[in-house]
Write a protein that binds this ligand. Structure first.
Ligand code: NAP
Length: 487
């Protein structure tokens, strides 16, 4: 068996790209370069720095499995600690030296058995394998609200927080009631002159507490692996993830009912004013949109100086936001917590596969990939957190790790010389897509009476529509019958 030397290009130095680079080095593949369009690693956690930024996954489960973090200060990890964790890990595993910063990939074409890439700096590179780790939510969704350019105050998207602006004593408007908007409102309430929350669609909120780990606890996690294991309760955590995904798919309706009851109780018990309570009551089923975990939003929205605005937005004017009832809400700054374009993935890169097949033609209807990791006509090209993979209230790090185990087995076949080019067949992708769309229509994302970024242009949920365990099982070993291997 030969052991071909391979050059691997990883695109993106966020959580998934760093993982790929670490694993490649671990496997003895040293000719690795990571292209990163920005000047720092971190992806989502570099770009999002808004006040209150927190991940909704229990801290000790929001790490790579091979690099636990005993230092988390809170039950749910704050954004700055996550960024610091990735920076530390990147340095510790020697990945910093592999990264080309401020250097995006603009085109990638598969020609004569290899990937030819062009960077934003006008350079070219040629690689045997490409790993796209470009993230899911990275292109801000900027709504087309009339008059936005007329606003005289500061206006920015939540993922482009302008820290040069001192918000003390200012009146802030936040548009959007996803996790981001909710976290920003909770952080700003009581800290600024006034904060108005413009909610087109209220959401269900799980009152997940976010306590602190004491210095003693952190010390014990650092020095005693058993203490860390005990705190993690991995078996229970994974059972919860499985239960959550079964609730989404409808195979565990009792779990769905429990989650729904907890959200309803949170609303009924923690919002005193009946009028406000009705304004905050969602019109869809819990879990239809991604659930929001927040211990303090209802408290925040009831504070003096915090205002809920359910009236639709008509225009943005020089002085603030005018709603459809004619009221002008005077503001000094507006934050667009309006989410992301969730169907972008590697785009706007121009990617061309075998025989000149354009990614845009494969993705004409919607982004798709066999088991979310690979595509026919795009040999030796793999994705982490690609289209239709699992996304939800659980760790995407864990998802990427399982995907890597699968991709590594494909790479091993290339490396051993068994296959020069490997890609799933068209039949495999079509079969997967057919099954996926049928399953997607049975999920609560489809049946729960809401819209969300989970839905594609045809209204079909674009996330993994089955339970977690099915994903884990699929990622254990590729079914080689689904792959075309060019020798
Ligand atoms: P999001 O969930 O997509 O929410 C966007 C919000 O903006 C929605 O409330 C939407 O209203 C509103 N919106 C969009 N266009 C609008 C317009 N033209 N006028 C008025 N409102 C408009 O975005 P996100 O909150 O940034 O969250 C993105 C993803 O990241 C979510 O999955 C979220 O859970 C995740 N996230 C996770 C964490 C975490 O703790 N792990 C933290 C932050 C974010 P409609 O609902 O009416 O469309």
């Amino acid at each position: 068996m030969v052991d071909k030397s391979l050059r691997v290009v990883v695109i993106g130095a966020g959580m998934a790209g760093i993982l790929a680079a670490i694993k490649l080095l671990e496997d003895g593949i040293n000719d690795v370069v990571v292209y990163e369009k920005a000047d720092r690693i971190g992806g989502t956690w570099r770009e999002n720095t808004y006040p209150g930024l927190t991940c909704d996954v229990p801290s000790h489960h929001y790490t790579y499995k091979f690099e636990r973090n005993p230092h988390w200060t809170r039950f749910l990890p704050p954004g700055n600690e996550i960024q610091a964790y990735f920076e530390r890990t990147c340095t510790k595993y020697g990945i910093d030296e592999l990264i080309r910063f401020n250097c995006g990939i603009e085109t990638a074409s598969f020609v004569a058995g290899r990937w030819h890439l062009q960077t934003s700096l006008g350079e070219t590179d040629v690689a045997d394998i490409v790993v796209a780790a470009t993230g899911v939510l990275h292109q801000p969704n900027i709504p087309a609200i009339q008059g936005m350019e007329d606003f005289l105050g500061d206006l920015f998207h939540s993922a482009r927080w302008d820290h040069s602006i001192d918000l003390k004593g200012k009146r802030i408007g936040v548009i959007g009631s996803g996790s981001t908007g909710v976290q920003i409102i909770s952080a700003l309430a009581g800290q600024v002159a006034g904060v108005s929350h413009f909610q087109r669609t209220p959401q269900w909120i799980m009152p997940v507490e976010n306590g602190y780990f004491s210095a003693e606890e952190r010390e014990s996690f650092r020095t005693d692996p058993d203490a860390l294991d005990a705190a993690m309760g991995t078996e229970q955590y994974l059972a919860n993830v499985e239960g959550y995904t079964q609730a989404i798919t409808g195979s565990k309706l009792d779990t769905r009912a429990q989650w729904s009851a907890a959200c309803l109780q949170n609303l009924e018990q923690n919002v005193e004013d009946p009028e406000l309570r009705e304004l905050l009551r969602p019109d869809h089923e819990p879990m239809c949109k991604r659930l929001i975990f927040s211990p303090d939003y209802y408290g925040a929205i009831q504070r003096p100086g915090t205002f809920l605005v359910r009236e639709g937005i008509e225009t943005i004017e020089a002085e603030g936001i005018r709603t459809l009832d004619g009221v002008l809400h005077k503001l000094d700054a507006i934050v667009l917590a309006t989410g992301f374009k969730a169907d972008r993935f590697m785009r706007p890169m121009t990617i061309t596969g075998r025989n000149g097949v354009a990614l845009e033609s494969l993705w004409r209807d919607r982004p798709k990939a066999y088991l979310a990791v690979a595509m026919p006509d795009f040999p030796n090209f793999f994705m982490l957190n690609g289209p239709n993979g699992p996304v939800g209230n659980f760790s995407l790090i864990d998802i990427a790790e399982h995907q890597w185990d699968y991709i590594a087995q494909c790479i091993a076949r290339i490396r051993s010389g068994e296959c020069r080019e490997i890609s799933p067949t068209h039949a495999a992708l079509e079969g997967f897509e057919e099954e996926r769309v049928v399953a997607a229509k049975t999920t609560i994302w489809y049946t729960g009476g809401c819209t969300s970024w989970y839905l594609d242009d045809d209204g079909i949920p674009s996330s993994w529509p089955w339970n977690y365990q099915r994903f884990v099982d699929k990622m254990k070993a590729p079914d080689w019958n689904a792959f075309e291997c060019v020798i």
